[in-house]
Design a protein around this ligand. Sequence first.
Ligand SMILES: NC(=O)c1ccc[n+]([C@@H]2O[C@H](COP(=O)([O-])OP(=O)(O)OC[C@H]3O[C@@H](n4cnc5c(N)ncnc54)[C@H](O)[C@@H]3O)[C@@H](O)[C@H]2O)c1
Ligand SMILES: [Zn+2]
Ligand SMILES: [Zn+2]
Length: 412
Amino acid sequence: MRSRGWRGSIGAARTAKEASKASTVSETREEKAAGEESEAGTRWSKRCKDRTKYTFLRFRERGRERGKRKKIMKAVVKLQKGKGFVEYKDMPEPQITEDEVLIEVKAVAICGSDIHIYHDAHPMWPPMIMGHEFSGVIVKTGSKVKNWKVGDRISSETKTKSCGLCFFCQTGNAQICPDKRPFGIGIDGAMAKYVAGPAKLLHVLPDSISFEAASLCEPIAVCVHGLLERTKVTAGETVFVSGAGPIGLISAMLAKAAGAFVIVSDLFDNKLKKAKELGVDVIINPKNENVAEKVNGLTKNLGVDLVVECSGAAPAIKTAFELVRRHGKICALGLSGKPSIEMPWDVAIFKAPKVTFCFSSGWSAWETTIKMIERKQIFPEKIITHKLPLEKWKEAFEAIEKGEAIKVILMP
Ligand SMILES: NC(=O)c1ccc[n+]([C@@H]2O[C@H](COP(=O)([O-])OP(=O)(O)OC[C@H]3O[C@@H](n4cnc5c(N)ncnc54)[C@H](O)[C@@H]3O)[C@@H](O)[C@H]2O)c1
Ligand SMILES: [Zn+2]
Ligand SMILES: [Zn+2]
């Protein structure tokens, strides 16, 4: 009641004021009322028009957003931690932020870590679309992206979510930033039609490099970082590569390209055959031959200058210390998947080799990788044994696990 009275008195005062004002001008009350009415009518119809226009725009925008949201794609998704929980399913197409690009995936390779993720034996942050080894074409750029355009052929480093502020990021090693959450492991990856990623991690691909070859940039860059940048393999050295999976075979190719004499070991003859095809000098199957005896024979009992450990297998890690020469080098790449591994400590002390543990790669290794593929110093296509459509991901995983396949490419 009180509030009504208060409003009422103001209303009355205003009316009185208007009335006295009206008497000072020549127009009559009726004329003014008619004028006000038509003015109000115009205002009202304008407001209606504006409102209709606004509503139309709002609905059009919503429709567009809904349209956007509706766009789905098929993807290989790890749904949750635990063994299995991988499905080929519908997922929304990714949206980009202002400093990202949308990439149409042309080829995505299966990595050993994808198999570990499948079996719950690798760090991960599910649910996420899997896949971190890929190549593709930019189909959309964020508003702040410079130097990249739609149609560019690219591959991308995987150090997504690195903070840019910590000691490692500031000293050029964002690949070991504790905040890193790589594609396909910590954020959505490339086993899908599209993947969104930061423009700053892209590398341009020359036209002469196929998308299939370029999808192997990531594992090649890991080996370039390990062999060329950290352990510095050089011409004339004798190099022993244990394990002839993709990492071992790439390492063997790099060591050959650097001018080394290369020995490769593996338990599978098909993998050793592939190593021979790639031009390595000697192959050894530890199941059939005594590795130490053979290496001693080849090096006049000196031992090898460099062992590149790419198997992660406990017996091979132990053998690495037997094979390396005094003051030689060991490049440790293979992950054991175990909490700890036995090693002949005293042998290591007496031989005093330089053991370099290597993890992931950075910008320079990536650029070296692309140059070496372009100049035909390494041949990624030669280790691709299977090429399958994305929906056959399970078949592909099984072929790797059975040891039938070396590198498998999935085509979304
Ligand atoms: N350090 C890194 O940044 C990095 C990056 C990628 C992969 N990796 C690791 O590197 C290793 C190799 O990767 P991959 O994709 O080639 O895996 P892979 O499983 O395909 O290859 C390992 C090979 O080692 C062979 N092997 C097993 N026991 C052996 C033994 N006693 N002697 C000789 N060979 C033996 C296997 O037959 C297999 O061919 C894996 O442990 C992987 O997790 C490390
Ligand atoms: Zn990988
Ligand atoms: Zn950091």
